[in-house]
Design a protein around this ligand. Sequence first.
Ligand code: ZN
Length: 443
Amino acid sequence: MPMSSIDVLIKDVRIVACDADNTVIDRGYLAVRGGKTDAFGPMDDGMVPAHAAEVIDGTGLTVLPGLVNAHMHFHYRRLGGPVGPNILGPVALDALKSTRTAFNLLREGVTSVRDLGHNDDSRLHVRDAIRDGVMVGPRATVSGAAIGMSYGHAYFVAESVATLDGLVETIRRQAHEGADLIKIIASNEDLPHPPGDELTVPWFSAKAVQVAVETAHECGLPIAAHANGSRALERCIEAGVDTIEHGIYLSADHASAMAERGIALTPTLSGFFENSREFWGRSWQPRYAALWNVHQRTIGNAVDAGVLIGTGTDTLGTVAQEAWLLHKYGGASRAAALAAATRNGAQIVRQGAGVGTLTPGTRADLVLVEGAPDRDLLDLGRTRYTFLAGRCFTRRELGKLIPGHQFFVDELDGPDALPSSARAGRDENAVGTGGLLRVSAGC
Ligand SMILES: [Zn+2]
């Protein structure tokens, strides 16, 4: 191989390929050439390239595919305080906040995302700006504004429709405007509920869900459904949505029907976990705390049934936290949790073959983290380098360009687990996993 052909060679690194065989190599190398993963293998296989333009010493690090955040919102991420001023800003400000999110997601090792909506079109432009090289950020798949029926959940950031004709019209318009997928809000968690009832009610009729699915698919788009209660889940599964978002009251029967029909789940455990904490100062905290109590008991149904699960953080969590919670509460093996954060998430965001696994010849979207995430999932949060199509970013570089997101530390780690500089507020060199925080020492 010519001397100049390898752009980056990572040596003496732990490799977690996140492929179907869950390949792990204790001490290996990975070569990047022309924006693609050229080759990887054990250090002693006799194939390690002799020369490269840049060599990274991977001692103490693990390389794995870039992480996938399959449910997030660019304009509104890891912001504390009252929702109104933070979530309903001018379009230009939303775009700037989205830019900060894009940088911070790279700091977290995230190279592919799915944005599930806001009531302005900033995320469409953010997606295009990243694609066209106007700015750097994870590759984005974005929905139109989440579509709700009148007076539903999160109506203030949704696009509400009142009739089935309005539903069809809105989906067709969003497809025309360039949405990559359709998002509907099929349940409502904002109403008071009698004790003993589910903390949610269905907000789309069975007919409305069916019309939404048919129309989206006729437009050539997948459809995601925010669905939490039993009846909403039944309607969405029956109608054949492509992904269920959250799925709080998911039963074993729902889960087996989803597995049978190939419907994926983005549980956003970390979003509910974080929203249940008073730290963020959000008015809906008590409601989320109650929902989180249910969610942590039902997520195992999806894991047990073999539903395709992808990591998604919604407005607050992190992918590292999501994988850890999937393992802790869902009973997912560490390998399965890593798959959710990589190859499963890649199926959900639909950004092409080779995304989500280490595969020679495919785009070099990679992350290098400290430690061994196949042994301790929280090591996913200890990002050192993120590669986008072979282009390398260090977390420290990105931290100099833009403020980090807020994070907090709580009792799950204990105050002694952290350096004092990382215990509260903002720290440019810390990537928070919320209550499950690991701080990188190296960059
Ligand atoms: Zn969301």
